[in-house]
Design a protein around this ligand. Structure first.
Ligand code: AMP
Ligand code: GLY
Length: 426
């Protein structure tokens, strides 16, 4: 089979790497890919949001299956377009992808299907939103409706911060006119936040092993939020059987059947952001894509052929498949540019990847480029360094040995990835 992966980050490198291991695969194309994927796949210079261009490549090169990494092509309707052209593309339709594209749609979906979530109100006028915030007169969460690259949410400690967020979203249009035309104001949920991933075939869903991200830039969960500074899997002690059953029964099954009921069954990978509250797990958000760097931590542990998973998910037979996992622990550390998530320099030479691999690490490229013959930095998150170990300590020590082998000016990583699991054991 010829497979095309859409995207260019660490997540897509990990997906392509995993797909390449399938005996069913003869060639992998990655659009647009990165210098890491160029090592074993054919990079195609088409951007991930050019869905028309991607459909052309898939037809011209007789691609048998397309796997989409980022959410933008999905929300633009890449799956629908490919279907119209008789091409197989693994992911949710445009209608199903609206779970991520619009916070208002998502919240209203949760309400319609009685899925646990924070209580909320939707506003189309800033004056009404502010009047409501004045009434609450305490902590609340303000969310802009459209995609805002993860920055459209303010967890306000008080009414003043909430009013300020409404003004930035609805009057100053900081996230664009469209995204700011509606806002959600909701109650603050308290508890531990977890991400749950599931492969879905429209009717059936298979939950993946647990994985935990580290969102803040610095050790000890300090500093600004980032796309993700590292992840580890499995996550012992986080979710007991009762909570897991509740997640499946009250959230995952309800989500799948709610979407079927609305004529937009969900196919692909579903990412659920949950808060484990005293009153049980509640949905914070859905994403219609894999987490990054969670994907990089999970793929090396997944033993089941990812091609089989995609095909079963496309033909509705996931219930006949069991996911098999490597019992070892994986740790993924993000090597970031100095200054990230704020300003940072690009184009700085990178060395030592082969040494990191010789020490047992798997290195996925995220923000890299070739400057002539020299590999150089080209983004905030530069590389994902992953290691498997018989326990967390061993995985951490190999991953950090890999990180230490790699050099570029300003290199920054958190030194405490996975430590949260140790803290939980105590
Ligand atoms: P979202 O994009 O909706 O997941 O929001 C981004 C982040 O804001 C989440 O990962 C949470 O950390 C936080 N957040 C969102 N909604 C709430 C809420 N109702 N209560 C507490 N924190 C929240
Ligand atoms: N690592 C979080 C995300 O992919 O959204």
């Amino acid at each position: 089979m010829r497979i095309m992966v859409v995207g260019s980050g660490g997540r897509e490198h990990a997906l392509a790497w995993k797909l390449k291991q399938s005996p069913k695969v003869s060639e992998i194309l990655v659009a647009p890919g990165n210098p890491g994927t160029a090592g074993f796949a054919t990079n195609v210079p088409v951007k991930a949001d050019d869905i028309e261009g991607l459909a052309r490549v898939a037809a011209e090169r007789a691609v048998d299956l397309t796997v989409v990494g980022p959410e933008v092509p999905l929300t633009l309707g890449i799956v629908d377009l490919f279907q119209e052209r008789g091409l197989r593309c693994w992911g949710p339709s445009k209608a199903a992808a609206r779970l991520e594209g619009s916070k208002v749609d998502m919240k209203e979906f949760l309400r319609r299907h009685n899925i646990p979530t924070a209580r909320f109100h939707v506003f189309t006028k800033s004056a009404d939103a502010i009047a409501h915030i004045n009434e609450i007169d305490g902590p609340c969460v303000v969310k802009t409706d459209g995609l805002a690259a993860g920055k459209g949410v303010t967890v306000a400690k008080n009414a003043e911060q909430a009013r300020d967020a409404v003004i930035r979203m609805m009057e100053k249009h900081e996230f664009g006119k469209e995204a700011g035309s509606r806002v959600v104001v909701e109650e603050v949920l308290r508890g531990e936040e977890i991400s749950v991933f599931a492969f879905c075939d429209g009717h059936n869903a298979l939950m993946l092993d647990l994985v935990q991200d580290h969102k803040q830039a610095f050790d000890g969960d300090e500093g600004p939020n980032t796309g993700g500074m590292g992840a580890f899997s499995p996550v012992p002690g986080l979710v007991n059987q009762r909570t897991e059953d509740e997640i499946v029964r009250r959230i995952l099954v309800q989500t799948m059947s709610g979407l079927v009921h609305e004529g937009r069954p969900y196919v692909g990978l579903l990412y659920m952001g949950l808060m484990l509250t005293d009153a049980g797990p509640k949905v914070l958000e859905y994403n219609v894509r894999f987490g990054d760097p969670e994907c990089q931590a999970l793929m090396p542990r997944l033993r089941t052929d990812l091609v089989d998973i995609c095909l079963a998910s496309l033909d509705g037979s996931l219930d006949k498949l069991d996911l098999e996992w490597d019992p070892r622990t994986s740790v993924c550390v993000t090597l970031a540019s100095g200054g990230y998530p704020g300003d940072y320099k690009s184009g700085l030479p990178i060395s030592g990847i082969a040494d990191a691999e010789a020490r047992g690490a798997i290195v996925f490229h995220a923000g890299t480029k070739m400057a002539g013959d020299q590999l150089a930095t080209a983004g905030g998150r530069v590389l994902s360094v992953v290691a498997l170990g018989t326990d967390l300590d061993q995985a951490r020590s190999v991953a950090y040995a890999g990180c230490d082998a790699i050099a570029f000016a300003g290199k920054h990583c958190r030194r405490d990835i996975g430590r949260r699991a140790e803290a939980r054991k105590r």
